[in-house]
Design a protein around this ligand. Structure first.
Ligand code: PLP
Length: 397
């Protein structure tokens, strides 16, 4: 712990600080042998559970073949090609083509640069309390002034619109290259837009020729009850951004779109956007294995079912404890909103003491996000609800 504090750059005033020695399925084990149920799945990564055997097998096989051999886009690497082909089939038209990155923020950067170059326009539009990562470009379209302010000047020509307000969409115009949106805001406090809002957004983007970019870094790969959230929204974006669960626990991101748009990165100038490690063969092998587990076990449908069960239990907690204000969610992206930030912090600490890992969202410190592995069992959900009930009772005193 002392070395952690001294030699790793700290990002949190109060890090959770668990010393992890093992992680399997929905469970983490610390150095003292204590087990914790992971209700945030490593922040949206472990959709198929931690260290899934299929991912470990795929990694072991790829380790025997080759690791990094060339920068992205020069050699034909089977794990990359198979993954991009599988994603194109599963996402369907127009997502025939993938650009592979190391992370979500890099995929957002790539999507924004692609949109600017393809359209020849400068304007970018995003939404209040949206979160797209912490690189300069991704931060520039972040919807919380508090996080943008210390890093100014950010990239220009960004407009932040109010969330879920159809009237504001008129500000998207013929100068807009791209509009980036999470189909459900995760760090913004699990905020679910009206289906009519997303339809109006699609219509406005088509009308003025702006590219619609769905950031499905959190909502993708089954989390919200369909493989991709756009499939339930009735709206198809022009570019689809994935990361987090995509790599099955290894670093990987991607943006997908039609070839006619993505080919802009190959000319004027050639090599217009390159990466050394993006689409690492080990990550792609892991991603393929994770995708097959997700599809074979129909984890999106499982997320939908378990989400209903989880929310029913959370609603019972809301009815028993006045400190809980609201419950909402879609699939296994759920939120428990408490009355004050102080109560929320005490609740998270009381849950940790009872063996639950959970936390509040970046932009809403009264909202506890519950996003466990999609493989979570009924018994584990029951354990979580009992522990949360006890935690709520303790903090009321
Ligand atoms: C919706 C969303 N987009 C993008 C990102 C950035 O991803 P990464 O941390 O892999 O850069 C995040 C990270 O939490 C996210 O929640």
């Amino acid at each position: 712990m002392a070395a952690f504090r001294r030699h790793l750059a700290q990002t949190s005033a109060a890090p959770l600080g668990l010393e992890i020695t093992a992680a399997r399925g929905s469970w983490l084990t610390d150095r003292r042998g204590r087990r914790y149920l992971d209700l945030i799945a490593g922040m949206g990564v472990a959709n198929i559970g931690h260290a899934h055997p299929a991912v470990r097998r795929a990694c072991a096989a790829q380790l025997r073949r080759y690791l990094h051999v060339m920068v992205y886009g020069e050699f034909v690497l089977e794990p990359q090609v198979r993954l991009a082909t599988r994603l194109a089939t599963l996402a369907g038209p127009p997502f025939e083509c993938a650009y592979l990155t190391n992370s979500g923020a890099e995929a957002i950067e790539g999507a924004l640069k692609t949109a600017r170059k393809h359209t020849g326009r400068r304007g970018l539009v995003a939404f209040e309390l949206g979160f797209h990562g912490d690189t300069f470009g991704a931060l520039s379209v972040g919807g919380n002034r508090v996080y943008r302010e210390p890093f100014r000047p950010l990239i220009p020509d960004v407009t932040i619109l109010p969330w879920n307000e159809a009237r504001a969409l008129a500000r998207i115009d013929r100068r807009t290259a791209a509009v980036v949106i999470e189909p459900v805001q995760a760090e913004g406090g699990v905020r679910i837009p009206a289906p009519s809002f997303l339809r109006a957004l699609r219509a406005r983007c088509s009308e003025v020729g702006a590219l619609l970019v769905f950031d499905e870094v959190v909502t993708g790969l089954g989390r919200t009850g369909t493989l991709f959230a756009f499939q339930a929204s009735g709206v198809r974006p022009d570019l689809l951004v994935l990361a987090k669960a995509l790599g099955g626990g290894l670093p990987l991101g991607a943006f997908l779109g039609p070839r006619r748009i993505l080919r802009t990165l190959a000319h004027h100038p050639p090599l217009a956007h390159v990466t050394t490690f993006g689409g690492h063969p080990l990550s792609c092998a892991a991603a393929l294995a994770a995708l097959e587990v997700t599809v074979a076990r129909d984890l999106p449908a499982r997320a939908a079912r378990m989400g209903v069960l989880f929310r029913r239990g959370l609603e019972a907690l809301r009815d028993r404890h006045r400190i809980v204000r609201t419950v909402r969610g879609v699939g296994l992206l759920c939120a428990l909103e408490l009355t004050t930030p102080a109560a929320t912090r005490r609740f998270a600490a009381a849950c940790l003491a009872r063996g639950l890992v959970l936390n509040w969202t970046l932009h809403r410190d009264t909202v506890i996000r519950l996003a466990p592995p999609l493989t979570i069992s009924r018994k584990e959900i029951a354990f979580a609800l009992t522990a949360m009930d006890a935690a709520l009772t303790t903090i009321r005193r």
